[in-house]
Design a protein around this ligand. Sequence first.
Ligand code: 39S
Ligand code: ZN
Length: 773
Amino acid sequence: MQTHLLGYPRIGSNRELKKACEQYWSGKTSLQELLETGKTIRNHNWKLQQEAGIDLIPSNDFSFYDQVLDMTLTVGAIPERYQDVISKESNTELDLYFAMARGYQQNDLDITAMEMTKWFDTNYHYIVPEFQKDQQFKLFSNKIINGFIEAKEAGINTKPVIIGLVTYLLLGKEKENGFDKLDLAQNLLPVYIEILKELENHGASYIQFDEPFLALDLNQKAKEVYQFIYGEIRKQFPNLKFIAATYFDGLKDNLSLAAALPVDVLHIDLVRCPEQLDEVLNTIPETLSLSLGIVDGRNIWKNDFGQSQAFIKQALNALGSERVFIAPSCSLLHSPIDLDLEKNEKTLSPEIKKWMAFAKQKVYEIVSLKKLASGNTDYPSLQQAAENKKAIDNRKVSELIHNQSVKDRAAVTTEEDAKRNSPFSVRKETQQEVLQLPLFPTTTIGSFPQTKEVRSWRAKFKKGELTAEQYDDLLKKETERTIRWQEEIGIDVLVHGEFERNDMVEYFGEQLSGFAFTQNGWVQSYGSRCVKPPVIYGDVHRPHPMTVYWSEYAQSLTKKWVKGMLTGPVTILQWSFVRDDQPRSLTCRQIALAIRDEVNDIEKAGIRIIQIDEPAIREGLPLRKAEWQDYLEWAVEAFRISASGVEDATQIHTHMCYSEFNDIIQNIAAMDADVITIECSRSQMELLNAFADFKYPNEIGPGVYDIHSPRVPSKEEMVELLKKAQAVIPAQQLWVNPDCGLKTRHWDETEKALIAMVEASRELAKSYTIEKV
Ligand code: 39S
Ligand code: ZN
């Protein structure tokens, strides 16, 4: 029996990589220093696993930005527009790499970044490979080989982790018509072979190919490409040992395909799909070993050793110890790093902390599981087993978790609670009477720039260097300034700016019962950006109003409407670590009821427009289409529960980003928000077609400029986009707003862009009235 990891977090236990990258980008440190930080983190991670006793330690799980972008650079799939970055003598490989990730605005060049999208159903974002019809590949970067050599010099023969060829192609996007990305497999194969030759020459014995697509719906062609590619690789390398790693779902209908691939080890995710074990054991041929993904790589709960031992025993009985591997379910990239760093007992009580394990703790769990299963039990692992049992048993019965009144309330929630009083057509008239908004009303998505200053006030307040009163005062001044400025430039529906919030999910988690939160539980979201997901451990309710204070304050400053701003139940669920002792749907309903209480209180405080953000509703979709309907039903219902406690005259907005809307437009309509704002500008309003084709009945604010870039759009561009929108959506239904919140932007670009946006709306309104006359 052997232990291994699919990957370990690479940001460093105190976000060293984030800090080093941002310093390098701002020109404050040298390339040498950045490279040094990377090397230190890699060596630290290898040593940690070696000391714990992991048998197969991964390399190439490190990345300065994203592992998919690493692969793109490795195989030389560099889009044409970066040619000028390559030709500039002083640019290094890493400069090219960061230009692809973040865009390049220097030396009179203005080159856009590559697109970014969600990694399966996680909150991690990868950089999307771009493919041309005649795409050529060549070995461009030696990162994989260099990493292997570096580890070897540190005394470790690692298992290089490589994104499998088929998965790599499926992650990419065809940039022109007339071909299928899978057609590129033949072209790409020689580069993979070259990499494997080098690794073999340097003494590698195990290679891990990540093939998560084997656990997703595949068409016939993809299946054939899988067979072909792995057949070719096997022919060339009879002696290398290949691990095909699947995760995030079960093999299901792809089991016979996966079991027949000529690889040596198949890794399966037994956390997401425990029920697949029986069938997998019955199906795999004698030549194939099985890697059991039993420790949850996507959550922070301690492993249930009792249950895992049962899985291991079953596999040992069927296969024998030579053919069994044990591992976390997926890469630990999605776990925070070290629970030992959590010292604040107020926000994470010792009782709850005992139920949890972060990446480092999970490494030790894997090692203990092997020792226990082999009967080779030393004192520490026996002790760990006893502690594990105590924690698992305690968590099942702890009073912290259960709140009968919350359970009762969720149980009696009915369809009626998920319905507004009147249909949209009636509400629209009532709302117009009260709100008196102009044609093409302007608004923003909610947040204004979270400057270094604002963040530093919060840091000082947390350290006790500012009193609550001083902190509150500073936030009030910033809020007032923002309200005044929006009035001045003529925005119709104002927002307070959200300066009091650290993050749109963490902020709510900190105030809801049933949530714990960490000081240092950072997880990479994209590049150097991290999030600190709160932990839902018990029944959720809202002990006190959460946002009323700031909304009420902002509304008191102005005669214009101020929008109340909330994060929706599905997004809070999706971006938190969720309890695994009840269905997600039930936890989501509890959150929905808590948000409903908040919505109702904001209304009582005199706010007539309330936005409930649901940017994560689409990424929460199950990976297999067969399971979509069930999810969409409870997710849409949860949103409606949160939104339906208000009067007809109160206008409910929602916001979504990163979404393909075509395949779920019906469900978006079923959410029945009075207004939806969506990200649209990067697709030049193409996303709107889904709404137009469906004849989406409620109001829509298609984003008129991309907030992910510092670029300031002109009024004319935005008028053009709005005219495109107006061509497919009736004018009375249209709002004017940016793509997304403005928290990552600076004030100077925000000011210029919003002034131009208001002018664009006015110009459109004028030309529309003239046409009518
Ligand atoms: N998921 C979540 N949860 N939230 C989101 O907004 C998104 N948006 C999408 C999808 N998923 C999401 C992803 N986009 C950041 C920005 C956009 C993202 C994701 C993350 C981001 O900026 N993250 C910040 C970062 O990595 C951290 C934000 C945060 O929690 O830098 N900030 C804290 C705060 O404002 C403080 C964090 C901090 O580093 O209070 N404080 C310093 C420290 O502790 C001190 C700062 C100082 O002294 O000035 O060392
Ligand atoms: Zn957004």
